[in-house]
Design a protein around this ligand. Structure first.
Ligand SMILES: [Zn+2]
Ligand SMILES: [Zn+2]
Length: 264
């Protein structure tokens, strides 16, 4: 499994892109950055988006991906493109929010009906927590986490190797139980948004600080021997947070960067 980091920050600033991870060129975990980070041809390779929740920093590029895909289809002779549809996999309550508040012909065109309902650019597929589904050779399981809106992390399994992406979360339990139950877990990608001085803000917004993150990491049986990659850092606080993470002195724990490509 190849996971290319397209964006890994919890804020958008010049040179800092929002959360988005590309798995094996065709599956996107959250859509904060693909149209900033990928060429048009690479964007056309995306067939699925696993969407953790509906906060804007995770959904915004679904709008521009869909727009770019519609132009691609118009340009294709007789609809020859293989990747005509982008399927969004998310909780039913999230898909309802996308439909009512985003793809509603007010904020953005309703690409679930364009060019027509039967062969639309965008398809919204409801998923159930802890009910695995297979897309493009990857088995994916959504796991509920702790955020102010409905949100799931994802367990990815390909070729008998597993990776967990916590998505945006405060302290939580279930995903760590599932992590510990995996036969061959290779890496964790987890929320770490604010420096320790902002603990209150982290608590009310459903995110983690380095100290809060450490509380959760202690639930992981393989802590210290398994790579743990942090994402969703606020770019303004990056230097402070880097020092705080380093002070924790946990082997194989580090912040993701936008040039990372993880081979699992
Ligand atoms: Zn969020
Ligand atoms: Zn976020």
């Amino acid at each position: 499994m190849r996971i290319k980091v397209l964006g890994c920050y919890g804020g958008q600033l010049l040179g800092f892109r929002l959360t988005s991870l590309l798995v094996n060129d065709s599956i996107l975990l959250d859509a904060g950055a693909p149209t900033h980070a990928l060429s048009l041809e690479e964007q056309h390779g995306i067939r699925h988006i696993c969407l953790s929740h509906t906060h804007l920093d995770h959904i915004k590029d679904i709008a521009f991906l869909a727009d770019n895909r519609s132009l691609k289809r118009l340009g294709d002779s007789a609809g020859s493109s293989d990747n005509r549809t982008i399927t969004v996999h998310s909780l039913a309550e999230n898909n309802r929010v996308l439909k009512q508040h985003f793809f509603n012909d007010l904020i953005w065109p309703d690409f679930t009906q364009i060019p027509n309902r039967e062969d639309a650019i965008l398809r919204l597929t409801d998923i159930e927590p802890e009910s695995p589904f297979d897309i493009d050779g990857v088995r994916i399981t959504a796991i509920r986490v702790n955020h102010p809106v409905p949100c799931t992390g994802f367990l990815l399994d390909r070729g008998g190797k597993q990776v967990i992406y916590t998505a945006d979360t405060g302290n939580t339990d279930r995903i760590w139980q599932i992590a510990n139950a995996q036969p061959n877990l290779k890496a964790i990608i987890m929320d770490c948004s604010f420096p320790n001085a902002y603990q209150h803000l982290a608590d009310i917004s459903g995110h983690l600080t380095p100290n809060g993150m450490m509380k959760d990491l202690k639930k992981l049986e393989q802590l210290g021997s398994m790579p743990v990659y942090l994402y969703h850092m606020k770019p303004e606080s990056l230097n402070i947070m880097a020092a705080e993470v380093e002070a924790l002195d946990v082997p194989h724990l580090r912040m993701l960067t936008q040039v990372d490509e993880l081979l699992i």
